[in-house]
Design a binder for this molecule. Structure first.
Ligand SMILES: Cc1cc2nc3c(=O)[nH]c(=O)nc-3n(C[C@H](O)[C@H](O)[C@H](O)COP(=O)(O)O)c2cc1C
Length: 187
């Protein structure tokens, strides 16, 4: 797919086919993710891949509880209170895979670097007809000592980008963009 088209047509996919992704495809996407730019070429990213359905279901439940217990300190998420209280809600939208991009806090640019890698991953996925979405609701739980221990992540690593992947079920509605705000342009 041409890059302009991939950028314009990628959408956050929230409905997936019950179909696993080939392991080789996930490896290719991660290999493409690491071609992202990073500050001083630090390449701080490290990946966890989750395909275990039971674990994903359990993690979704724990993530909802984690966020709900902290909503008083997260006013921008208040509007999601009743949604997060729904026991049937899967924050991973039934996706067959979750790629979690972690980083040690070596430089203060690690969030920028891992976000770059996440977008590479999402665009490379879309180029292969694979849908994706960043799942911010999973970040808090992914940073708890318990989850890091379960996933073999060193304590000093931070989760930046939890990204679900899978084959989209149906089409995804288009999302508008505001026109770019150009504050100034000196020539
Ligand atoms: C940091 C971040 C956190 C996000 N968290 C979630 C999330 O928890 N659940 C979800 O369904 N989508 C999540 N999204 C996807 C956004 O809702 C989506 O990118 C936005 O609505 C624009 O739609 P588009 O990606 O289809 O262009 C997140 C996106 C970003 C960048």
């Amino acid at each position: 797919m041409e890059v302009n088209k991939a950028i314009r047509t990628r959408r956050s996919v929230r409905k997936y086919k019950d179909e696993k992704l080939p392991e080789q495809t996930i490896r290719e996407l991660i290999e493409l993710a690491v071609w992202a730019p990073s500050a001083v070429n630090n390449q701080p990213w490290a990946f966890v891949v989750l395909e275990d359905r039971e674990y994903l279901k359990n993690l979704s439940g724990r993530a909802k509880t984690f966020v709900l217990e902290r909503l008083d300190k997260l006013p921008h998420l208040e509007k999601y209170r009743s949604m997060l209280g729904n026991p049937d809600l899967d924050i991973f939208h039934g996706a067959p895979a979750l790629v979690m991009i972690y980083s040690p806090k070596t430089l203060d640019t690690y969030v920028n670097d891992c976000s770059m890698a996440a977008l590479n991953l999402m665009l490379a996925a879309w180029d292969r007809g694979i849908g994706s979405s960043w799942i911010g609701f999973a970040r808090g739980i992914g940073n708890t000592p318990g989850v890091k221990k379960e996933l073999g992540v060193p304590e000093e690593y931070q989760l930046v980008a939890p990204v679900i992947l899978g084959y989209p079920e149906g089409s995804t509605a288009s999302v508008d963009r505001k026109p770019p705000q150009i504050l100034s342009w000196r020539k």
